[in-house]
Design a protein around this ligand. Structure first.
Ligand code: 5GP
Length: 184
């Protein structure tokens, strides 16, 4: 049986990754890899749907048990990808789509070179700042930290298989669909 593709999506906070991935999933391009995290749940987020929200101790237990394919610390919190879910589905021919920071994406590239990595770029840094502020989900201080991290993340973009600019949502999604179609 033909294997599914492990699609790894990265990009700075506020670039639109969630919207893009939700659309890819509703259009049948794969299923979502739900990450584990120790960060606090945002209003509207659902445990077991957006993330598995764990305590630091619970997360570290998962590291010890080797349950994670990769994990990273982002903005002071753990984030990680449960291993079995990804590989059970890929081996069954289903694409799995994960939203992962650059540290995690680099680990995946080195462990599983068949992964398809895509970096989403904002049209400009000013636009990214505007989007983060308009989202009203983070404090001023958190936004400042996320923008600092964004600068570092963007410097890794050339290590990805593809870089796609989210200048226009539909255009960006279509470009990603074309990339996935050519890999299928
Ligand atoms: P947020 O707190 O905005 O949901 O996510 C913060 C960052 O963590 C984003 O860059 C996102 O891509 C990353 N992230 C989410 N899940 C994972 C994961 O399982 N592993 C890694 N390494 N990063 C993740």
């Amino acid at each position: 049986m033909k294997k599914g593709i492990f699609i790894v999506i990265s990009g700075p906070s506020g670039v639109g990754k969630d919207t893009i991935v939700n659309k890819l999933i509703s259009d049948g391009y794969g299923i979502y890899s739900i990450s584990m995290t120790t960060r606090k749940r945002r209003i509207g987020e659902v445990d077991g749907k957006d993330y598995f929200f764990l305590t630091k101790e619970e997360f570290e237990e998962n590291i010890k048990k080797n349950n994670l394919f990769e994990y990273a610390i982002y903005n002071g919190y753990y984030y990680g990808t449960p291993k079995d879910f990804v590989f059970n589905n890929i081996n069954n021919g289903t694409n799995v789509i994960a939203i992962i920071d650059v540290q995690g994406a680099m680990k995946i590239e080195s462990k599983y070179s068949d992964a398809l990595s895509i970096f989403i770029m904002p049209p400009s840094f000013e636009e990214l700042e505007k989007r983060l502020k308009n989202r009203h989900t983070d404090t001023e201080d958190n936004i400042r930290k996320r923008l600092e991290i964004a600068k570092k993340e963007i410097s890794y973009k050339d290590k990805y298989d593809y870089v796609v600019v989210n200048d226009d949502l539909d255009r960006c999604i279509n470009e990603i669909k074309n990339i996935i179609d050519t890999c299928n």
